[in-house]
Design a protein around this ligand. Structure first.
Ligand code: ATP
Length: 147
């Protein structure tokens, strides 16, 4: 019986990851799912958050922002709007994006800004910072903050 399957993560501009893995866990708009070998096929719309996978028993993380997951018995294809490996995340950029988005949300009371857009930008920045935290601690996140 198959014990592994292919995981491929692509964005509109690049192939982010191609691996043979034991399992994949990701956040869809209707909740978290875990795909194992020989999983029944399904499609899921992805939300912003951490995708994790096990390769030879080792857990690893990828930041994924929106898009779709196509799950099949021998392959999971993630088509994300944006995706980054932990080593690709620019923490300073995420912090600045988070500050900008917070300032925009603050300014919302005074002037009309795009609240939904600012909130989505804040969610992405917080998720990138959380991923670095989770990836550095192997899942034992130091931060209690939720995205
Ligand atoms: P920013 O305001 O900093 O651009 P954003 O959340 O609006 O952040 P996205 O629209 O999610 O950015 O992504 C645009 C592109 O920039 C994607 O290719 C994404 O991988 C990359 N990117 C965004 N933020 C970071 C980051 N902190 N570190 C590395 N790459 C990033």
């Amino acid at each position: 019986m198959a014990r592994t399957f292919a995981l491929e993560i692509v964005t509109p501009d690049r192939l982010v990851l191609k691996k043979t893995v034991d399992s994949v866990t990701a956040a869809s708009v209707s909740g978290e799912f875990t795909a194992l070998p020989l999983h029944v096929p399904f499609l899921a719309a992805l939300s912003v958050g951490n995708l994790s996978y096990r390769e030879n028993g080792r857990l690893a993380y990828v930041f994924v922002s929106g898009g779709f997951a196509e799950v099949g018995p021998d392959k999971v294809l993630i088509m994300a709007e944006a995706a980054e490996l932990p080593e690709e995340i620019d923490l300073d950029r995420a912090r600045k994006a988070s500050e900008r988005a917070k300032a925009r949300l603050e300014a919302q009371r005074a002037e009309k800004v795009d609240y939904v857009r600012a909130k989505a930008a804040l969610q992405r920045a917080m998720a990138r910072m959380k991923l670095l935290d989770v990836a550095a601690t192997g899942g034992q996140s130091r931060s209690a903050s939720r995205v």
